[in-house]
Design a protein around this ligand. Structure first.
Ligand SMILES: CC(C)(COP(=O)(O)OP(=O)(O)OC[C@H]1O[C@@H](n2cnc3c(N)ncnc32)[C@H](O)[C@@H]1OP(=O)(O)O)[C@@H](O)C(=O)NCCC(=O)NCCS
Length: 134
């Protein structure tokens, strides 16, 4: 059954301004280590693509935090929720630490979709709860 849904829209210009103001500390706060490596690689080749990558991840994490009904408070953390890419190109959520334990204990599964266009990035997350085995 559906446990929760969450959506978020993020202004890419706001993310660019935060990066400008706070430097890499902003990206380091929001991104898990694997995401941070992708961010640095994308930014090195195309600065714009780096910012858009960070914006889509920012929106996916906020959407996930809403889908679990928690918002950005413990055990939900920015870096505990990683958006990974499957070989097909489809994004997926991989959780870490206390958040992973909280999520698994409830038998939850997440689905995520992200998009971006010019000034905005948006995400949608559905969290399912597995039926207990009979
Ligand atoms: C949920 C949260 C991530 C949204 O942040 P945001 O980017 O500033 O705001 P958005 O416009 O994207 O989303 C706001 C909507 O999220 C929804 N929302 C708020 N808390 C939520 C929760 N715990 N679970 C799911 N959705 C939630 C509401 O519908 C809200 O819209 P509304 O204010 O019109 O009712 C953020 O509010 C949060 O982390 N909340 C939890 C911590 C908290 O409550 N802090 C305040 C303590 S006083």
């Amino acid at each position: 059954m559906i446990f929760g849904i969450g959506t978020d829209i993020c202004d890419v210009r706001r993310i660019a301004a935060s990066l400008e103001r706070r430097g890499d500390r902003f990206a380091e706060k929001v991104l898990a280590p694997g995401e941070l490596a992708t961010f640095h690689a994308r930014r090195a080749s195309h600065p714009e693509r780096g910012i858009r990558f960070l914006a889509t991840r920012f929106s996916a994490k906020e959407a996930f935090s809403k889908a679990i009904g928690m918002g950005m408070r413990m055990p939900m953390t920015w870096r505990g929720c990683e958006v990974v890419k499957l070989p097909s190109g489809k994004p997926a959520i991989r959780l870490h630490g206390e958040l992973a334990a909280w999520f698994d204990a409830r038998g939850l599964v997440a689905h995520v979709s992200v998009t971006d266009e010019t000034d905005y990035a948006a995400s949608f997350v559905v969290v399912e709860q597995r039926e207990p085995a009979r």
